[in-house]
Design a binder for this molecule. Structure first.
Ligand SMILES: [Zn+2]
Length: 349
């Protein structure tokens, strides 16, 4: 049985066992909020453009630019083909929900072609994702500027089989590092920094809290990336599973033109693979080091990239990045079992 299982490892179907989903901002993930408005039938179609123009002047509904003013009437055989939004219920000061068209319009407004109003619910915010659009448009027609990448990512189809195979390999490296850390008596968390442009691993790390309380796997990984560029603060020589690879061309050498070679700021453009969702400290370090994308396997209760916070989407921070979760989620979750097992063994001693 064992050799068979080994053959499966690394095969194409391995990558079918997990799906990478994007961790989107609250605005992109939240439910569709609805607000009440008065609509009225347009009983004479020829009056439509005048009515829309004049209602726009009277009730501009500036916060609802995503909403279409007129909709085709839903019911078949309806006596009127179109309905128009008159105003928000909150715009009709002090009006009950049962109102007449006369109470909503000033006396000099030409009511020709307009029927009696009724209350409808319209989406309060522009939709940011296709799922939000599909729910919102059931209530009232609206404009949607689709981000195609987000749509594909939400379906879990953003990455090609070849890309997934590479992602699988990098996360497997992080898993191996996590296990090495665990064997050294530390938490089973592993991280790998990758330059996706070169398809090259820059640094591999695991949790190193044995000697320093702040040496979470991600902090160690960022420090190792800095070391690969001639910086960095710490030595992890006693942890052989933590290592970095120097860039193939020495960035400190001058080019033939005498100009210093280009060097990115720490993690600019790099990907980070980490078995567990990073904490706030690690997530902030990723912001500061200008990481390109983060991929994690499993969520954590105090995670700052989706669970407790979404630091990567904070508009008031000066760097934002993409985050995907779910890579090798089963194997990454199994690391927690490794923790429990270790704790039990430890208690027995
Ligand atoms: Zn951390």
């Amino acid at each position: 049985m064992e050799p068979q299982r080994k053959r499966r490892k690394g095969s194409a179907c391995d990558t079918d066992s997990w799906v990478a989903y994007p961790v989107l901002s609250d605005e992109q993930s939240q439910d569709v909020e609805l607000i009440e408005a008065f609509a009225a039938p347009i009983v004479d179609k020829k009056e439509t453009s005048r009515l829309v123009r004049e209602l726009n002047g009277l009730y501009p509904m500036i916060t609802l630019q995503h909403i279409k003013r007129v909709r085709a009437c839903k019911e078949e055989g309806s006596p009127h083909p179109l309905e128009v939004l008159v105003c928000l219920v909150s715009d009709a000061h002090g009006q009950e929900k049962m109102v007449s068209i006369d109470s909503l319009l000033p006396s000099d407004f030409r009511r020709d072609g307009l029927g009696e109003p009724f209350v409808v619910k319209v989406p309060a915010r522009p939709p940011l994702t296709r799922p939000q659009f599909e729910i919102a448009s059931k209530h009232w027609p609206l404009a949607f500027h689709e981000d195609k990448q987000v749509t594909v990512a939400l379906k879990g189809e953003l990455f090609s089989p070849l890309q997934k195979a590479k992602m699988h390999m990098y996360m497997t490296t992080a898993l191996t590092a996590a296990k090495a850390g665990r064997e050294g008596g530390m938490e089973a968390v592993g991280a790998v920094a990758v330059d996706p442009a070169m398809d090259r691993i820059i640094a591999v790390s695991h949790d190193c809290r044995g000697k320093h309380p702040l040496h979470h796997a991600v902090m160690v990984c960022i420090d190792l990336v800095a070391r690969s560029q001639g910086g960095g603060c710490y030595s992890y020589d006693q942890y052989p599973a933590c290592h970095f690879s120097s860039p193939s061309s020495n960035p400190f050498e001058n080019t033939s033109e005498g100009e210093p070679a280009f060097q990115p700021y720490i993690c600019t453009g790099y990907d980070l693979y980490v078995t567990r969702e990073p904490c706030v400290m690690c997530a902030m370090a990723l912001v500061h080091s200008r990481i390109g994308r983060v991929f994690y396997g499993t969520t954590s209760a105090d995670g700052a990239l989706g669970t407790k916070y979404k630091l990567h989407t904070q508009k008031d921070l000066n760097h934002r990045f993409e985050v995907y979760r779910g890579l090798l989620s089963k194997q990454c979750e199994d690391l927690n079992g490794l923790e429990d097992h270790f704790e039990k063994e430890h208690l027995k001693e």
